[in-house]
Write a protein that binds this ligand. Structure first.
Ligand code: KG4
Length: 338
């Protein structure tokens, strides 16, 4: 009999549901919330309300697109955390209610494990997946971590940011440039037209494999503030070069520690995940590094870099195979690392 997992993701501002059948993706529906754009960041209460409106149509559509009936579902996987508590409560409560109604088991998924295991989303039965162990650079709006993945059930954080995440560095610097939220994709697009060597911003000197991005943010802010005193149109006239130089600095910081982790561990398979792994420069840098060092690199499709239920369903599928079900009384959690 087939194993069919329904995945539900509601940790931040995307309501998503996906179905996988025997490990192969059948549907992945995502409703993004536009309501936050006017506020320059995600407003938690508005996110919860939008999830509440979206969850029934999104789950119904995922089931319809997968060509299955509700009664075919073997288990329901849901993001238990980390994320915004009100948003998580919507997905968690919905998953529990549906599991009770269908009399199927529940699988709680750590959102970060979902990103790390997103490379196991197979769009066809012969889709290529990484071999264990692999090193994953998890970079998003809330996290920057280097994770050693020994199996779907065994992961170890080798290094992580001690202050801002890579995505925050993109978004906060973009805000200083007057770009909309989230600024990462705007910097990415502008950077393609600019000179990455034009400006120099400070890089951190942190021991070991940990990251820091707050110094870069401050140095970017001061450069712009001082230049604007001389020329009020400085940002407008130099935005492509500013974006390209900022992006290059973030990539240098990321690759410096990631390459160190590869050397220390001797692991030959590398991967990236999380929203910032959609960045063109980051993707090119990781692939280039892998090519030069004879490593195998797994770069996710852009669709699977941001929050999606396909990765939740995949992480849940591994738990299903391990019979690692969760109790219906389990509450969501807002904060945790891998
Ligand atoms: O994983 P994700 O969707 O969720 C959170 O952690 O909230 O990541 C969102 C982050 C944001 O900081 C956004 O600016 C960044 O991913 N991002 C990018 C790009 N696309 C999304 N950063 C740089 N370049 C991109 N193309």
């Amino acid at each position: 009999m087939s194993v069919i997992i329904l995945g539900i993701e509601s940790s931040c501002d995307d309501t998503s549901a996906a179905v996988i059948k025997d490990g192969v993706l059948m549907s992945n529906v995502i409703a993004s919330q536009k309501v936050h754009e006017a506020y320059g960041g995600v407003v938690p209460e508005l996110a919860s309300r939008a999830h509440q409106q979206n969850i029934v149509p999104v789950v119904s559509e995922a089931i319809r697109q997968a060509g299955i009936e509700k009664g075919d579902i073997s288990a329901i996987a849901f993001t238990r955390g980390p994320g915004l508590l009100g948003s998580l409560l919507v997905g968690t409560s919905f998953a529990k209610g549906l599991a009770l109604a269908l009399d199927v088991p529940l699988l709680d998924v750590n959102h970060l494990h979902g990103h790390v295991l997103s490379h196991f989303i197979k769009e066809s039965p012969d889709g290529e997946v990484p071999e264990f162990p692999y090193l994953c650079l998890l970079i998003s709006g809330g996290n920057s971590q280097i994770i050693r993945v020994d199996s779907p059930y065994k992961m170890e954080v080798l290094g992580q940011t001690i202050d801002d995440a890579a995505g925050e560095a993109f978004d906060k610097c973009a805000k200083v440039m007057g770009l909309p939220y989230p600024g990462g994709p705007y910097i990415d697009r502008l950077a393609a037209e600019g000179d990455p060597k034009r400006f120099r911003f400070s890089k951190p000197h942190i021991a070991g494999l940990d990251y820091s991005f707050s110094g870069l943010k401050t140095s970017f802010l001061y450069t712009l503030r001082d230049a604007k005193v001389e020329n009020p149109n400085f940002i407008e006239e130099n935005k492509a070069d500013l974006a390209a130089s900022l992006q290059k600095t973030i990539i240098d910081i990321l690759m410096d520690k990631f390459s160190k982790a590869v050397k220390i561990t001797g692991i030959k398979t590398i991967a990236i995940g999380g929203g910032v792994s959609a960045n063109s420069g980051v993707r090119d840098a990781v692939q280039h590094y892998a090519d030069c060092h004879h490593l195998k690199a797994f770069i996710p499709k852009r669709l699977f870099t941001t929050d999606n239920a396909a990765m939740v369903a995949v992480a849940g599928y591994f738990k299903y195979l391990n019979k690692d079900f969760c109790d219906i009384s389990l509450p969501p959690f807002a904060r945790v690392t891998v």
